[in-house]
Design a protein around this ligand. Structure first.
Ligand SMILES: [Ca+2]
Ligand SMILES: [Ca+2]
Ligand SMILES: [Ca+2]
Length: 174
């Protein structure tokens, strides 16, 4: 399967916008989410988030940083991301990371995010100011005004795996 929007994915992962993906991008995303939801840095939710981002960076850099300079530039990313996105080990990493993001934003702990929680989460995850409302509406398929954990995790974890994925459709334009 081909990835229709590697540029979008690269843009999202390059959180500080310096033109490459490195460890600092993952640390700054974790910090942004932890700050946005007022989590204690040593809490279970914050630790799960920091740990899963750290593991995701490790795996990404092992597979994509071909010249081993500690940064994944867009050429390195585009060359191999579609193949990596189909790797079951990578997908299970993404699932854990997405679940940790969701749990950080689920302040009530009831397994659902309302529009406000979701908007705050996406704003923390992405420095882009895209259309979060549309993304929420596409995710909330039963129109009950909340996004469930399964809906979020399936879409977010599938985001990198190609044009036809729910994630690609949901997060397009953010
Ligand atoms: Ca960066
Ligand atoms: Ca590199
Ligand atoms: Ca719903």
């Amino acid at each position: 399967m081909t990835n229709a929007q590697p540029q979008d994915a690269f843009r999202h992962l390059d959180h500080n916008g310096d033109g490459a993906i490195d460890r600092h991008d993952f640390e700054s995303v974790a910090d942004a989410v932890i700050r946005e939801f007022g989590l204690q840095p040593d809490s279970g939710k914050a630790s799960a988030l920091t740990r899963s981002y750290g593991e995701a960076w490790q795996l990404l850099s092992d597979e994509l940083d071909t010249d081993r300079d500690g940064r994944i530039n867009s050429e390195e990313f585009n060359r191999a991301i579609s193949q990596l996105a189909e790797d079951p080990r990578f997908r299970s990493h993404l699932t854990r990371t997405s679940a940790a993001e969701f749990d950080a934003a689920d302040s009530g702990g009831n397994g659902s995010l309302d529009r406000d929680d979701f908007t705050r989460l996406i704003r923390a995850l992405s420095r882009q100011g895209g259309n979060v409302n549309d993304a929420f509406d596409r995710l909330d398929r039963d129109h009950d005004g909340v996004v469930s954990r399964d809906e979020y995790v399936e879409a977010a974890a599938g985001y990198l795996s190609g044009a036809g994925s729910i994630g690609a459709r949901v997060f397009a334009g953010i």
